[in-house]
Design a protein around this ligand. Structure first.
Ligand code: ADP
Ligand code: MG
Length: 371
């Protein structure tokens, strides 16, 4: 997949800008707060109709304007598509591919899929489980319709259950009440989420371990394992997961009432990341942690490629400066020519390390000038 051209109108700090890209590496160089990340965000918007850093569409429109848009020309499996995302403040957004209205963001993903890697991602290893769940969710939602559906329904059912727990408190009885109905919804969709996450993690484990060994160059092994709060199984048996989940809900019912939240389920699960069997959170050096995140992101890129049958676009936001020479070289060698990559950086020297076919833009105050 690749993005050939992008056109921004009243998007973030860009009033009118058209940029054409290389199918290889594209670099945005500029000082802080000039609009580099805004450009990556615009590419992300084309792939999902959403920002990767704000949930509020109105942030995306140039201040003082009522509407803003991102238009793109993208190639997927050699076929050209025109993608258009228009935001109107207070009136929602319109999303079109080749002039036809699109209802599901997955249609965008099949034309242009993206994987983002930014400095905050270094927290995936060190930070809270939520970050590791999001690492899985954000991409699985893009590539799997089944996952997206289960995710939406699960979230809805969980909200209803939690509301009942809080509204009725200790007066709530599980049997014969609506809780049972929501529990069924929760376990139906939740077991699907757990099942699909397990499957994804097995793939990511294989891909990530390979990358880790290539970058680290030693005998260290990266291991990823899905850690569920409701089941110890990792076999391909969704029904068994569902049974375990249901008993976990029963078992924790009193505690859930006391705390006013559902204390087990995929919204509480985690991803265990270990190097040679040791937890990376407490035992890994900063270098090992960085290599682990790099390996996981590269694994995700290949995972998305395997799911879609086409290579997604890679968005690297300010990560080059976070990586040392060895890791930077590795990253560029993986992406070179094969993966369309967008890199933002404040350091102009990156221009020397990339090939002539790359497109380099200087970004200043919401204007992009090709170098
Ligand atoms: N909706 C908006 N309208 C106008 N300017 C915006 C909007 N949203 C953000 N900005 C401006 O964009 C700039 C930040 O751009 P960003 O791409 O994050 O910078 P960087 O080059 O450091 O990555 C800031 O100057 C901010 O004030
Ligand atoms: Mg930035």
């Amino acid at each position: 997949m690749y993005l050939e051209e992008i056109r921004l109108v009243n998007f973030r700090n860009y009033r009118h800008e058209t940029l054409s890209f290389s199918s290889g590496i594209n670099v945005f160089i500029g000082d802080n707060a000039q609009g580099k990340t805004n450009l990556l965000e615009a590419v992300h918007v084309l792939s999902t109709s959403r920002s990767h850093r704000t949930s509020s569409d109105k942030d995306l429109v140039l201040w003082g304007e009522d509407e803003g848009s991102v238009l793109g020309t993208a190639y997927a499996s050699g076929i050209r598509h025109q993608v258009s995302i228009k935001y109107r403040i207070g009136a929602g957004k319109s999303v079109e591919i080749n002039g036809k209205r699109v209802r599901r963001s997955s249609e965008l993903t099949s034309v242009l899929a993206t994987v983002v890697f930014s400095p905050e991602d270094l927290q995936i290893v060190k930070g809270s489980p939520e970050l590791r769940r999001r690492f899985l969710d954000s991409q699985l939602i893009q590539v799997s319709a089944a996952y997206r559906h289960a995710y939406r329904e699960y979230t809805k059912a969980l909200q209803h259950r939690n509301m009942m727990l809080r509204t009725y408190g200790p007066r709530l009885k599980r049997s014969g009440s609506d809780v049972v109905v929501w529990d069924r919804q929760i376990t139906d969709h939740g077991s699907k989420l757990i099942f699909l996450r397990h499957k994804a993690v097995r793939q990511l484990q294989r891909l990530g371990d390979d990358t880790y060994r290539t970058v680290a160059g030693g005998t260290e092994r990266l291991n990823l394992a899905y850690l569920s709060t409701v089941t110890d199984r990792d076999e391909d048996d969704e029904e068994a997961i569902k049974e375990d989940f249901l008993s976990a809900l029963e078992r924790t019912f009193e505690e859930s009432i006391a705390r006013g939240i559902t204390v087990v389920g995929p919204h509480r699960d985690d991803l265990a990341i270990t190097i040679n069997g040791k937890d990376t959170r407490s035992f890994a050096s900063q270098g090992q942690q960085r290599t682990a995140v790099l390996a996981m992101k590269m694994a995700m890129l290949q995972f998305v490629e395997e799911c879609l049958g086409d290579i997604p676009v890679l968005l690297l936001d300010d990560v080059m400066s976070e990586l040392d020479e060895k890791r930077r070289k590795y990253l560029l060698s993986v992406v070179s020519d094969r993966v369309q990559t967008f890199i933002t950086t404040t350091s102009p020297d990156i221009g020397n390390t990339i090939s002539d076919s790359s497109a380099v833009y200087r970004i200043e105050g919401g204007r992009a000038t090709r170098c």
